[in-house]
Design a protein around this ligand. Structure first.
Ligand code: FAD
Ligand code: PYC
Length: 415
C-alpha cells in the first residue's frame, strides 16, 4: 500500500489507530516446505528470495523474540564490499548491488545512503597494505580509490591532520559506493515483502530441538509446538553453535560480545564513514544526528549482550584522537550484540552432513552489509540443495580441507 501525506495527516488527527499491520501474525501450520530459524535480516531475506526467486512460498520464519531484535537491530549499519579475496569480493559485491535496488524492490525506504567508507592509514605498513587491497579490489572491478593526506583533509576537514600526533594520518582508501542503511527497516522491509508472498512469520517462537529421522531433518520442537519440514535453514547469528548443536553439528565458531555506542544528537558534521584500524575506532553520523561508534570485539566468549567498560574507554580515547572536537560530546547509549566468528573471519553458508539442514552463520562483526546477498545465495542453496557459485567456497568443509578465506584484514577495525 502506498501512503500519502493525507494518510499521515488523517492518522495524526485520529491518534494513529488506522495503520494496517505490515505483516500477519499467523498461527504455526503443522508443516512447511522450508523452515528458516532466525528472524533477523538474513533469515527474512532468505525467506523473501525463496518465495520470489524460487517460487517456494510455503515457508515459515521462526523467531524466538521479535524481528530484528538480534544483531540486525544492534549493528552500526556500515555497508561496503571492499574485501581482499575474490570469493568474498564477489559475494559482498553481489550484496552491495542488491542494496542499490533494494528500497525499490521491497517498496520500503531503507534509507540506504552511499556516503562512502574511508579507511585511514597511519604508518608505512598500513600504507602498503592499503595499496595492496585497493589493487586487489579494483582487479575485481569494485570501486576503491586512494586518497592522499591532502585529499583526506579536503574530504573530511574535521579530522586531526597534525603530523606530530601518535598515529598521524598518511592517507586513506575510499569506497564511494559504501555507506549506511537503516537497520530495523531492513528487517521490516524484508518481512513485509516475504509476508505478501505467503511466508508465515512466527515471532515469540523459540526453537528448542531439531527433529531427525536418522540422517535427515524432519522438523523442529518450539515453544509454540512441533512444526514439520523436510528442509531447515539456521540463520541465528550469536547462537549458531547452539542451534547447529541441536542437529548434531559442531561448528568451528566462537561467540563474542561486540559493543557500539551513540552520542547525543548534533547538527550534521560528518558526511561519511571513517574507520581506523590502527587507532582502532570507526564512526559515522546517523540521520538523527547521533555519532555512531564502535571498535573491536570483547576478547572473552559470552552470550550476554553487554561488554566491558575498558573496550568503550579505548574507543572514546581513539575517537578523540582522530576528532579532538568530539571531546565535549556526551555519550547517550551503549549496547552489545553477540557475534559468531569463524577462524578465518569468513562466513559459512552451506549444506551440512545432515540431509535437509543448512547453516548460514559466522558473519562475525560484518554481516549487516551482506544481508541481501546472504539471503539470496542461501535461498538458492536451500531451493536447489546445492550452493550457488557465489557461496560455494563458504562451505563447512573448508575447515578440514584447509581452503580458508582469511578476511581478518577486511573485518578491519571491528575485528
Ligand atoms: P540476527 O539479526 O542476530 O538474527 C538472528 C535471530 O535468530 C535473532 O533475532 C535471534 O533472536 C534468533 N534466534 C536465535 N536463537 C534462536 C532460536 N533458538 N529459535 C528461534 N530464533 C532464534 N555488520 C556490518 O556489516 N556492518 C556494521 O556496521 C556492523 N556493525 C555491528 C555492530 C555491532 C555492535 C554488532 C553486534 C554487529 C555488527 N555487525 C555489522 C554485524 C551484523 O550485525 C551481523 O552480522 C548481522 O546483523 C547478522 O544478521 P542475522 O540476520 O544473521 O542475525
Ligand atoms: O563490517 O564494516 C563492517 C563493520 C563496521 C562496524 C562493524 N562492522
Amino acid at each position: 500500500m502506498q501512503y500519502s501525506i493525507f494518510n499521515l495527516i488523517r492518522e495524526g488527527i485520529n491518534k494513529h489507530k488506522g495503520w494496517p499491520a505490515a505483516f500477519r501474525h499467523p498461527e504455526p501450520k503443522e508443516r512447511y516446505d522450508v523452515i528458516i530459524i532466525g528472524g533477523g535480516g538474513h533469515g527474512l531475506a532468505t525467506a523473501y528470495y525463496l518465495a520470489k526467486e524460487h517460487g517456494i512460498r510455503n515457508v515459515a520464519v521462526v523467531e524466538k523474540g521479535w524481528l530484528g531484535g538480534g544483531n540486525t537491530g544492534r549493528n552500526t549499519t556500515v555497508v561496503r564490499s571492499n574485501y581482499l579475496w575474490d570469493q568474498s569480493a564477489f559475494l559482498y559485491e553481489k550484496s552491495l548491488k542488491l542494496w542499490e535496488g533494494l528500497t525499490q524492490d521491497l517498496n520500503y525506504n531503507l534509507m540506504f545512503s552511499q556516503r562512502g567508507v574511508l579507511n585511514l592509514c597511519h604508518n608505512l605498513h598500513d600504507l602498503r597494505e592499503l595499496h595492496r587491497r585497493i589493487n586487489a579490489i579494483r582487479l575485481n572491478d569494485i570501486d576503491s580509490e586512494y586518497l592522499t593526506r591532502d585529499q583526506v583533509k579536503a574530504f573530511v576537514p574535521i579530522l586531526n591532520m597534525d603530523p606530530n600526533i601518535r598515529y598521524p594520518i598518511l592517507g586513506g582508501s575510499l569506497q564511494r559506493r559504501g555507506g549506511n542503511a537503516r537497520h530495523d527497516a531492513v528487517a521490516w522491509g524484508f518481512a513485509r515483502a516475504a509476508d505478501r508472498l505467503g511466508v508465515d512469520i512466527l515471532q515469540n517462537c523459540e526453537v528448542m530441538a531439531i527433529l531427525r529421522d536418522g540422517a535427515k531433518v524432519t522438523g523442529i520442537e518450539t515453544t509454540r509446538g512441533t512444526i514439520r519440514a523436510p528442509k531447515i535453514g539456521a540463520v541465528v547469528a550469536g547462537h549458531a553453535s547452539v542451534v547447529a548443536g541441536m542437529a548434531g553439528i559442531r561448528l568451528p565458531i566462537e561467540s563474542h560480545p561486540l559493543q557500539a555506542l551513540v552520542s547525543e544528537p548534533i547538527k550534521p558534521i560528518l558526511h561519511t564513514v571513517i574507520m581506523s584500524g590502527a587507532v582502532h575506532v570507526y564512526v559515522s553520523q546517523s540521520d538523527k544526528g547521533e555519532l555512531v561508534m564502535g571498535a573491536g570485539i570483547d576478547t572473552f566468549n559470552s552470550y550476554a549482550q553487554r561488554g566491558s567498560l575498558q573496550v568503550i574507554e579505548d574507543q572514546m580515547a581513539a575517537v578523540v584522537e582522530l576528532f579532538p572536537m568530539f571531546s565535549r560530546l556526551r555519550m547517550m547509549r551503549q549496547w552489545a550484540g553477540i557475534v559468531d566468528v569463524c577462524p578465518d573471519a569468513s562466513p559459512i553458508v552451506s549444506k551440512t552432513p545432515v540431509e535437509g539442514f543448512y547453516v548460514n552463520c559466522g558473519w562475525g562483526t560484518g554481516g549487516f552489509k551482506a544481508t541481501p546477498g546472504s539471503g539470496w545465495v542461501f535461498a538458492h542453496t536451500i531451493a536447489q540443495d546445492r550452493p550457488h557459485r557465489l557461496n560455494e567456497a563458504f562451505n563447512i568443509e573448508r575447515f578440514s580441507t584447509g581452503e580458508l578465506i582469511d578476511e581478518h584484514g577486511a573485518a578491519a577495525v571491528a575485528h
